[in-house]
Every structure is written in C-alpha cells, then in structure tokens.
Ligand binder design. Structure first.
Ligand code: ADP
Ligand code: GN1
Ligand code: MG
Length: 364
C-alpha cells in the first residue's frame, strides 16, 4: 500500500519541512521510511509504520521507549563532548501529545530523529569493528542498569524463552498450516536433537543463578550504528528492551556479527563463525561488563552465541512451517533458507566451542 508520507510526517513536530520520503534499511519487522527535509541545515527523520501483529500493545511499547530514550539522553548528555543527536535515539513528539499516531486505516506510526552520517553493517569484516560493537552492547546494558521506575513492560512475552518456543514449534508441526512439514525433516531433526542442552541458560535463570537484568534483546549487528571512523555511535531498535538475561544480547550480536556471510546466505560453504571476530567482540563486551557479571554468567557466556543461533534457527523454521506469518520475506523459501544458514552457523560454532570457552576464560 502507498502511504501518504508527507501527511503522516506532518502529524509530528518536526523542525524541517517535508521534501521527500522512501523505504529505508533492512529490518525484518516494521516498515521504515527515511524522511528528507528541504532545509540543508535541518534534521532529517525516520518514520516507522509499526508492526502491531508482532507488538500487540503499542501504547505500552511506546511508554517503554520513551522511558528508555529519556534515561539514555539524560546520562549521555552529561558526558562532556557527547553528540546527543547522534548518540541517542530520539523520538519526535506527535501533535496529538503522544509519541505515536494512528492513521485512517488503524496503522500505528512513530518518528525518530535520523542519525546523521552513520554506517550500519549486516556483515562485519574486522575484529576492530567487532570490538566496538561488543563495547557498545556492554555500555548500553550498563547505562540502563539504573533505569528508575517500575519494571519495563514485556513487549513480546517469552521472547527468548526457549521452552515456550519449543512448545510452539511442536504445535506448529502438529498443525502443519502451510503443508511444509514434509520439506523440513532434516532441519526439524537438527533442532529436536539439541533441545535439552539449549535450554540451559533459561534454566539457570529460573533457578536464580543468573539475574534478570534490563537488556536490549535484539542486538543484531545492524542495530548498532557506527560513525565514519567505525566507532560505535548508537544502539537502535529499542522495541524489545525489557527484562532479560545478558546472554541474549551477548549471543545475538555474535550470531550476526561474527558470521562471515549474511543471515540468509544461499551458499552454505560461505557460512561460518570467524573466531577473530568472536574474540574482538568478546573483548569489547567484557571491557564494559567484566565487573558486573556474576561467576555463573561468566561461566556460560561462551554458550550464549550457540543458544541464540539455535533460537534463531528455531524461529525461522517455525515461521516457515506456519506459512511466513512473522518475518518479512523476499521469496517463497526465504525462511527455510535462513534456517539452513543458522544451522550451518551453529555447526561452525559447535566445532569451535572449546576455543570460544578458552577465549572467555582468558578475558575474564
Ligand atoms: P526493525 O525492527 O524493522 O529492524 P529498526 O528500528 O531496526 O526496525 O529500523 C530499521 C532500519 O532503519 C535500521 O536497521 C536502520 O538502518 C534504520 N534506522 C532506524 N532508526 C534510525 C535512526 N534513528 N537513524 C538512522 N537510521 C535508522
Ligand atoms: C528481527 O527487527 P530486526 O530485523 O532488527 C527480530 C529479531 C531477530 C531478527 C532476525 C522483534 O530483528 O528478534 O533476531 O529479526 N525482531 C523481533 O534477523 O522479532
Ligand atoms: Mg532492526
């Protein structure tokens, strides 16, 4: 559907005048548009049509984002020399007094300040960038550790709860809504064989051996923006900031940032985890969090990338079997392709797990 981006943009209190807008970025969830303004010296914006099938309670979601962005802004602006327009994600208020609007079709929209002169990477090519990414995630967690007020709203219940995801998977296999189960025998077998060992982090949480903290929960590498010198600038995509375990953030960034190929690479021979990128990322992350992590969190850190890659394989496979109801896809077998890539990546991590553990031991 064509959207009237000009009229929608004018529902928000922007500084510059609307010039043009078009699709932007490679996110899998929302529809994101870049809004260019006429004046050279005024800000540009990002307009998003929110996916309210994935996020069922938009007012609570936006309340979380308001609280988180205000807190980050307060802390980052106190740092001398900070560039808050580029280091803080900032919501633009709507004219209705809220931070979102609804259009005539019942769609929800919000607007952010566009972070100027940034770089974003779907694939990471150097340990230095990986280090910067790790540092950024660790710092983000530290900055949010003293968020005041009630616990954040759980925007997607049980988001990283593997037990629940495996239950849903079993249900999807039974229903076979798209008649695709027959095409996924090998992948399903791979998933089911590992289900017990992959639940470990969740079990540790339930037993109170690792604490619930405030985490980002979607630390895909392209949600970390960099500046032109490849120093990390800002973490975006704050929809899933909520209570969680540090392991999810540590692991998911490696899943995406230490893979030599893209998340949906067709040529599986190109998919593998580069141990130098893992080392760089872990070094950066631990430089910020070493003092905070408890001994059990440290002990299981090396397992986190395997668990998150497993979870992602499971999520893509479930969506394929359900008939592609969750992720945006670009071709018919996209979710199956993505599943196979994640499976190959997990095999690569399994082969290097001993070295991953040694690296973490050395760094803590
Ligand atoms: P999704 O949940 O669909 O991934 P994101 O919030 O991550 O949505 O936005 C999609 C993409 O839009 C990002 O990967 C990034 O490239 C771009 N983007 C989002 N917010 C901003 C911003 N404030 N400034 C610059 N680019 C942004
Ligand atoms: C989605 O929103 P985006 O594209 O950054 C998803 C993540 C997945 C990722 C896989 C809210 O991330 O959990 O890991 O796709 N976000 C949500 O590419 O489900
Ligand atoms: Mg994103």
């Amino acid at each position: 559907m064509e959207h009237d981006l000009k009229t929608l943009s004018e529902c928000f209190i922007t500084d510059g005048t609307y010039l043009a807008g078009g699709p932007f970025g490679s996110g899998h969830i929302h529809e994101t548009f870049y809004i260019n303004t006429t004046e050279q010296d005024k800000d540009d914006y990002v307009l998003q049509k929110l996916n309210n099938k994935v996020f069922r309670n938009i007012p609570e979601l936006q309340d979380n984002i308001e609280r988180v962005t205000v807190h980050l802004l307060r802390k980052i602006s106190a740092i001398p020399g900070s560039d808050i327009k580029r280091q803080c994600l900032q919501l633009i208020p709507a004219r209705n007094g809220k931070s979102w609007i609804t259009d005539n079709y019942g769609n929800f929209w919000r607007m952010f300040l566009f972070i100027r002169d940034h770089r974003s990477y779907d694939i990471v090519d150097s340990p230095e960038k990986a280090y910067e990414g790790g540092k950024a995630i660790g710092r983000f967690q530290a900055l949010l550790s003293d968020l005041p007020g009630k616990p954040l709203f759980e925007t997607i219940p049980d988001f990283h709860n593997l037990e629940k995801r495996l239950e849903n998977f079993a249900h999807s296999l039974n229903i076979d809504a798209a008649g695709r189960v027959i095409k996924t025998v090998e992948e399903t077998d791979f998933i089911l064989k590992r289900s017990e060992e992959m639940k470990i982090i969740h079990k540790l949480g339930r037993e109170g051996r690792i604490p619930v903290r405030i985490t980002h929960n979607d630390t895909k590498f392209n949600n970390i923006l960099f500046d032109k010198d490849d120093k990390s600038l800002c973490i975006i995509d704050l929809d899933t900031v909520m209570p969680g375990y540090f392991h999810s953030d540590f692991g998911d960034a490696i899943r995406t940032g230490a893979n030599k190929a893209s998340e949906d690479e067709q040529d599986l021979s190109l998919v593998n985890m580069d141990i130098r990128l893992f080392e760089g990322y872990a070094r950066g992350y631990l430089s910020e969090t070493k003092e905070t992590l408890n001994p059990v969190e440290k002990e299981y850190l090396a397992l986190a990338p395997l668990v998150m890659t497993y979870e992602q394989a499971l999520r893509f496979l479930t969506d394929y079997i359900d008939g592609d109801t969750y992720y945006k896809i670009h071709h018919e077998n996209h979710n199956l392709q993505r599943t196979r890539t994640q499976i190959r990546l997990l095999e690569s991590m399994e082969g290097q797990y001993g070295v991953m553990q040694e690296i973490i031991m050395k760094l803590i």
